[in-house]
Write a protein that binds this ligand. Structure first.
Ligand SMILES: [Zn+2]
Length: 395
């Protein structure tokens, strides 16, 4: 795995040198968008062409993050203007933009709370007529850490500062919701309520460790399309996706958890979905690179994502058993579930237990007894990221 990553990085580095400079007309920035969850905000800047950029933090006066660009035409949401401003979301209160010097333009993010840039990259689409995207991930931080980062930026040490602060982002997907209740217990308890309650408990458990950013695909009793669950995880740049469900069986004695990863048939579906939605992987960043090379890189990422999903599933099964949670025999299974189809987010679906079994239902609905489950999942996540941290730092 390490070798594959190292190889990708080498290839990117080698190819970067091959990309030549050319005389360009003025590129256009067409949109500035935000996706936020808890203490994590992703900024997406859409442009007609791949942007060269420089990012740094400023702490003098108010806290802000500055993105310097070559001179561009601002044409945000169809409005062409020399300068302007807009509303932010999450960690960003708002943004301002203008031409800065004769040859540069500047976008300023005014922060609502201290935040650090943990990741930034450009996504170049494969299809005609689709915009290039500059993606900037922000994580909340302390005032002291922000000032330190701003000082490091001034001294030109920003890369090190960023790698240290990046927390893995775990997206929890409580199954069903709203008009879709899922399975039901003989006493009328509904799956959608169990999945939400346990998702919220798991979020609290993970946030308490201070090691993770956590986002939920839903935090209330609302209906969400499967596609939107996957899209949200991808938009946020999730490092791990966990779908929570409760099983139902004809035999009321059947009980225990089972863990699903993507089946071989599902992999074909995932590939189709990726092309249908033009889900560009972060690694496919450069149009000047030969198409075949991008394809190789994308395949490597997809395979690595699959390996990571399998590794997490293999960690989770014994962790649940160790925590005292009932686990089915042959607990590791494969299916083509829609929520597992993201090509670049490691994902598993956990059937926590059988809502049709009185013992499982009692354990899943009891606030005290389901702590075992939540602790088991958290311990599996801890050991998963203990070994994945190096990979994250390279992204
Ligand atoms: Zn379900």
């Amino acid at each position: 795995m390490g070798t594959v990553r190292a190889w990708i990085i080498f290839l990117l580095w080698a190819l970067a040198g091959a990309a030549g400079a050319s005389a360009e007309p003025l590129d256009r920035v067409t949109a500035v968008r935000f996706v936020s969850a808890d203490d994590h905000t992703r900024v997406i800047i859409e442009s007609s062409n791949e942007l060269k950029y420089d990012i740094f933090s400023l702490s003098a006066g108010s806290q802000r993050i500055v993105i310097d660009l070559p001179r561009i035409r601002w044409s945000i949401d169809g409005l062409t203007a020399e300068s302007g401003s807009g509303k932010g979301s999450g960690l960003v209160a708002g943004y301002r933009y203008a031409q800065n010097t004769a040859s540069t333009s500047r976008l300023v993010l005014d922060l609502a709370a201290p935040a650090l840039v943990t990741r930034d990259y450009v996504i170049t689409p494969r299809s005609e007529g689709v915009n290039s995207r500059l993606v900037i991930d922000l994580d909340s931080t302390s005032d002291t850490a922000f000032v330190r980062a701003a000082e490091a930026d001034r001294g030109g040490h920003k890369t090190e500062a960023r790698k240290v602060v990046r927390k893995p982002l775990v997206v929890i997907d409580p199954g069903h919701g709203g008009k879709d209740p899922g399975a039901s217990a003989p006493d009328g308890t509904q799956e959608k309520d169990i999945t939400l309650a346990i998702a919220l408990a798991l979020r609290d458990e993970l946030v308490a460790t201070g090691r993770y950013d956590v986002a939920l695909t839903r935090s209330t009793d609302t209906f969400i399309e499967l596609e939107d669950r996957v899209t949200k995880a991808r938009d946020l740049g999730a490092d791990l996706f966990i779908a929570l469900h409760a099983d139902a069986g004809k035999d009321r004695d059947t009980r225990g958890a089972s863990i699903y990863t993507l089946s071989p048939e599902g992999e074909k579906r995932a590939e189709n979905l990726r092309h249908k939605n033009d889900w560009v992987l972060a690694v496919e960043t450069d149009q000047t690179r030969p198409q075949e090379v991008n394809q190789i890189l994308a395949d490597l990422v997809t395979r690595e994502t699959k390996n990571q999903s399998a590794r997490f599933a293999q960690t989770l099964a014994p962790a649940l058993a160790d925590a005292g949670w009932p686990v089915l025999e042959n607990t590791l299974r494969k299916r083509g579930f829609y929520v597992l189809l993201s090509p670049d987010v490691p994902a598993i679906l956990l059937e926590m237990g059988f809502i049709t079994n009185a013992g499982d239902e009692a354990m899943m609905t009891s606030q005290t007894r389901r702590k075992k489950l939540v602790r088991g999942i958290r311990e599996a996540i801890d050991s998963f990221f203990d070994t994945e941290t190096r990979v994250l730092a390279q992204r």
